[in-house]
Design a protein around this ligand. Structure first.
Ligand code: PMP
Length: 396
């Protein structure tokens, strides 16, 4: 069989690969501490599951509209006004199979071969893969650990060329937990105002998982709103990863383009999941907030615990559920059997010796770090840190 060459432009995400290796170890009966995947360790709140059952009983089992049920698009507008003070109309909303499909639709709708997408690093692996699939060029702008991995307006300005078409970022960020303040977003917005050909993809999927208070969206700056795409979903904030539900708020022209694409790929999202999503958005958010309180407690344990590991530097995440320590001080060392020369080696060393699964920062464009999800129980995290400490101390 001759497979299409476009496949050569991408590889399987490291996050998914590491989770697979973890499962293989578990299948051998090994006690594994799996901190690889970005998935809440909570069940979807019961009232949302009940809404799905009710939807089936009520006969919501037919093909749904491609862009989403009108009631769901309206509920998303209500949410955007309630939580973000953003004004959107239902026709500016589109629902897809996860935020991932939203991103795939938007990037494919904007990027022509050779167009540039500016991506601050560290970034979520999938952004660059989708750009590459569409024959775009990724232009990375490095956020430094000293600046909490945020980029400056000067760095942004310097990265812009006449081929720049997209800017893609997440706040709160996966993998760093970085949250841009209103002032910082405004400073970036001022740069974008000077460059009207750039569409800004603002991935806000970790919106609710925020430890410093109010979430800020770059869509609030009215001079930019007609080219901001707000991407959000249900996976993280409602513990609904398996339901595959994401959405965007964007100019109608882009919604129509994405609808055209999606109608030729997956059609509308599972009708039952969509009905349940209406309940998720409009019902009491207490279960989500309880989950966030648990993440906060874990963060308050794991960040100081990792900062106390010898020769490890770590930033304090303001959102999301990842610890992203810089372990580069160990590069060039060995435990007598395994040489650790980079973050990929470190991820494999920890997997094989400590049976702790993290993901190499190289996958996120930051080759000095390693990502550990703290969406796991306190006992799991404590055991993980203990094992990592022993493994690091063995490196001479
Ligand atoms: N954006 C970011 C920053 C993410 O971390 C993830 C999930 N890991 C997604 C988007 C995709 O979310 P979904 O499961 O809704 O496709």
């Amino acid at each position: 069989m001759q497979l299409a060459k476009r496949l050569d432009r991408i590889s399987e995400p490291q996050t998914i690969l590491m989770a697979k290796l973890g499962r293989e170890l578990k299948a051998k009966g090994i006690n594994v501490i799996d901190l690889s995947l970005g998935e809440p360790d909570f069940r979807t709140p019961q009232h949302i599951c009940d809404a799905a059952t009710k939807a089936m009983d009520e006969g919501y089992t037919k093909y749904p509209p491609v862009a989403g049920f009108p009631e769901l698009r309206q509920a998303i507008c209500t949410k955007l006004k309630r939580d973000n003070n953003l004004d959107y109309l239902p026709e500016e909303i589109m629902v897809s199979n996860g935020a991932k499909q939203v991103l795939a639709n938007v990037i494919a709708s904007i990027i022509n071969p050779g167009d540039e997408a500016i991506i601050p690093t560290p970034y979520w692996v999938t952004y660059s893969s989708i750009v590459s699939l569409n024959q775009g060029a990724n232009v990375f702008v490095a956020g430094a650990i000293e600046n909490d991995f945020k980029i400056t307006p000067q760095q942004l300005e310097a990265a812009i060329t006449e081929r720049s078409r997209l800017f893609i970022f997440s706040s709160p960020c996966n993998p760093t937990g970085t949250v841009y303040s209103k002032e910082e977003l405004k400073a970036l917005a001022e740069v974008f105002v000077k460059h009207p050909d750039i569409v800004i993809i603002s991935d806000e999927i970790y919106e609710y998982i925020n430890y410093i208070g109010k979430h800020e969206s770059i869509a609030q700056f009215t001079e930019l709103k007609d080219r901001v795409v707000v991407v959000n979903g249900f996976a993280k904030g409602f513990a609904m990863t398996g339901w595959r539900l994401g959405y965007m708020a964007a100019p109608v022209e882009l919604v129509k383009a994405c609808e055209k694409l999606q109608s030729s790929s997956t059609s509308g999202v599972n009708s039952i999941a969509q009905r349940a999503a209406i309940t998720a958005l409009l019902a009491d958010l207490t279960p989500s907030m309880d989950m966030v309180a648990a993440f906060k407690q874990r963060k308050e344990y794991i960040i100081p615990a990792m900062a106390a590991l010898p020769n490890v530097r770590i930033s304090n995440p303001d959102g999301a559920f990842y610890a992203f320590p810089d372990i580069s001080a160990y590069f060039g060392k060995s435990d007598g059997t395994t040489n650790v020369n980079n973050a990929d080696d470190m991820a494999m060393y920890l997997l094989n010796t400590a049976h702790v699964i993290g993901v190499s920062g190289a996958a996120f464009g930051e080759p000095n770090c390693i990502r550990f999800s703290f969406a796991a129980s306190m006992e799991t995290l404590e055991e993980g840190v203990k094992r990592i400490k022993v493994a690091l101390e063995a490196l001479k």
